[in-house]
Structure formats: C-alpha cells, structure tokens
Unconditional design. Sequence first.
Length: 95
Amino acid sequence: MLGWMLRLLLLFLLVRALMLLLGGVVRGIVKASRPQSEPPSRQPLSGGTLVQDPVCGTYVLQDRALSLRTDAGGTAFFCSERCRSTYDAQAARPR
Ligand SMILES: [Zn+2]
C-alpha cells in the first residue's frame, strides 16, 4: 500500500535533484561564458594539427583523421575510410 507512495516520493526527490543539478550546470555555463575581457587566443585556433589526405588532398584534423602505417614506417592520414582503403589498395599493388 505504502510502496507506490514511497516510490513516487523518491521519484519526486530524484527529479528535484536533477533539476537542481541542471540548474547548477546552466549557471556554470553562463558563468564560464561571461568573462569576455580575457583574450580567447590562448589556444591554437583549431586545437589540432592539420594533415593532408594523400588520396583526395583534403586537409583533416589529425585527431579526427583515419591513420594508416605506411611501408616506409611513417603514418598516412585520411579523411575517410574510402580514401584509406584506396590508398591501401594502391600501396599493396606491386609496381
Ligand atoms: Zn580523402
């Protein structure tokens, strides 16, 4: 009999706690975005290194690029799985 009431109360408390947490997060974001007097140029623009895809020539961020170890011992970077497999097929083919 009292079980569902207890559960309802627990749910209510949980929702309240979530709301409080959410409110705190939102306030934190507002607080963090407010001080605009500081120059935002503390970090490099993209925050990553640009590498060129040898297949299509596109520049991609290194941490987002797909990598492949080359026969020469280096690493090649690609914008997509398609470019990587294209490169792989070309490299595997004897000339
Ligand atoms: Zn590509």
